[in-house]
Design a protein around this ligand. Sequence first.
Ligand code: TEU
Length: 555
Amino acid sequence: MSLRATSDQWWKNGLIYCLDVETFLDWNGDGMGDLSGLSERIDYLAGLGVTTMWLMPFYPTPDRDDGYDVTDFYRVDDRLGTLGEFVEVVRTAHDRGIRVIIDLVVNHTSDKHPWFQSARADRESPFRDWYVWSDEPVDDPALTETFPGEQGGVWTYDESAGQYYLHRFYPHQPDLNIANPAVREEIARILGFWMALGVSGFRVDAVPFLLELEGITGAPAIDPHRYLKELRAFVQRRRGDAILLGEVNLPPKQQREFFGDEDGDELHLVFNFSLMQRIYLALARRDARIVEDALAALPAVPFDSQWANFLRNHDELTLDQLSDSERQEVFDAFGPDPEMQVYGRGLRRRLPSMFGGDQRRLRMAYSLMFSLPGVPVLFYGEEIGMGENLAEKARAAVRTPMQWSDEPGSGFSTADPSRFPARLPDGEYGPLAVNAAAQRRDPDSLLNWFERLIRRRKELPTIGFGEWRVIPTEPRAVFAHRCDWDGSTVVAVHNFSPEPSRVHVPLQGDEDVVGLDDLLGRERVQLDRPEFELTLEGYGYRWLLVRRRGQRLPP
Ligand code: TEU
């Protein structure tokens, strides 16, 4: 093959690392992480094997929703740095082979955005129609609250406007009116601006909300997916290899619609919320069949598209797609106290504490996530096993500063901790116990384990690009699957039980198999027939590269 897809579809392989500039590293000592700090740590990310950084919102903001309330889409918040420093980050990242994608939050603006200020002040304002107004709240069952108990409905009366405005999120986040061509054009301009500064794409916030037309009185008959296709085409015209990674928390069939038609002309990547939620149920029940069923329910995705897999993100670990009793099982297993839960649907913990500190279970869960079809996405701190701070409000529990070292301020900042964006946890998961510096020096640490896992994942396009198939096995606690691509095969086996399991793995149709190479361990096994047996320790896992007669394989 001369034109290898692997060099073009960069978003299918590698590792996306999500971070928030304000909690990563404070370089000027004011207690707030900044772009200069991020520049200083790009080598750390390169060492870990990160191929794409996803920067959470860094735009000017009143910061009432962690920056997802934007007052200017064309600037950097003064607290974090300057546009010049942003370009330095992008340049340094590129030099280390890392691409940068950024959060695009255009379902809504902050109510402090000059557009909204102008819109509310005057019915004749050119920006009036940039938002969604109504004389009376529109009673539409499709318009539900996103943060129940925190936002007081989706319509709020604005005194100076003399009308209600729509907000699918907090009242201080008025929804933009996507039916207005001027708004659509402005959104494209924003994308164009950041692409000109070197970004390789966008994590598009709240895509289904962005596209919906409910509540917009007299909304013209535009097809929202038509709009997404136009946006994709625009992105591609400006920069051929740029991507759109969408937040679409919907069941698989509906998620499929956001990849576009059969050739894939909308989002390149969609976060796999449904698979993520089923994985937690499977972990809680120690029943791998649930993962098999969840995979079977996934629609095939177009050639240029892929899933983005994750176990944790910056929001609540949402379990909204599970039934009430299933969700309760996950709560019971991983977050039984009400203070660990939020919005009646999610957990505000990170994995290590959910697993009671069990390193075996933790590594098994990440090994599974990295072996599934899709590109893996890590949230900063996962690579060292950071915990949460439940003393912080709601979702902020998992947004504590990065734990670089055991120095005061965890090496994040030299300022007084009262000035930090969130309080560090203490105890078992605090910086004295969990930090990057100590783990760098320990070959058995989670950090070094991740580094090896990531290197393997990147070396083997078989997983990121290949076709996957479940391999039927017993017992129920064991999940086995294989990925095939361009003549190479990887078999992965994961044990969801704390007890050892003996498994039989058939390799049907692979008559010329001569052996297996353990990709994460030391074993090399000779085979004289297309099947094998192995014993997995409790929460054990293996990635096995199938060796065939006469095949040239990576070392
Ligand atoms: O979240 C939007 C969103 O739809 C999710 O919060 C979803 O509701 C959740 O997964 C439960 O199903 C995005 C950001 O990720 C979040 O941090 C912001 O608060 C929100 O948009 C508003 O901008």
